[in-house]
Design a binder for this molecule. Sequence first.
Ligand code: PEP
Ligand code: MN
Length: 261
Amino acid sequence: MEAKVKIDAELSVGGDEFIVIAGPCAVEDEKQMEQIGKYLSKLGVKIIRGGAFKPRTDPSSFQGLGKKGLEILKSMKEKFGVKVVSEIIDPRDVEMAYEYIDIYQIGSRNMQNFSLLKEVGKTNKPVLLKRGMSATINEWIKASEYIRSEGNEKIILCERGIRTFEDYTRNTLDLISVPIIKSKTGYPVIVDPSHGTGRRELIVPASRAAVAIGADGIMVEVHPCPDIALSDGFQSLDFEEFEKLLVEIRQVSKLLRKADQ
Ligand code: PEP
Ligand code: MN
């Protein structure tokens, strides 16, 4: 199984580089993404996230811009030279989305949507498979096998927390899944401290722990103005907070490298 997932000739997830994927929960409009793309790419962020199809609990909540959102994401690639990841929630959209994004995201609610897993498995594009909020580690691994069984081995797993009796946090971030998954599958694992905690103030400590436990990267929600975000503003960092996060991550990485010497 692939330990490293190549995004392009220069960029891989699961290699020596700790990958920071950042961006808003949802693509809201061109102006918002332009501001985010410009800022994040200047800080060295190579992969930008943004939901175009949003799987919302309440059907009256903002559902995302759909294809228009994917077009905006594609323009980020052209303008800022970044890669983009976005969630696909319907197997019928997999082919359409192919030309717009670099990584298919399969969200927590769709981890066991087997027809969707098989559809992305037929492509040759990397897939970021998030852990189902009620899924055991074994079920999550089995879900990844649906993708692989169709021929696609470019799989990245994403720990995003599970539902437990604890309700202080939105989910319980099960960080110990990282070394388990890595040893059992060999796939790279990234951690989502935004959905994993649901609380802005916990994103930095959760990310520090993700680095220390051996994750290959993090995916974090960033918004220029979290208070007016159309979704998940309460768990999104503003630009200043995101810069602090990058400093903290580097500090932990440095310490680990020293300890290794
Ligand atoms: C997301 O990353 O946009 C998302 C909806 O997360 P999850 O599927 O983990 O809830
Ligand atoms: Mn979100």
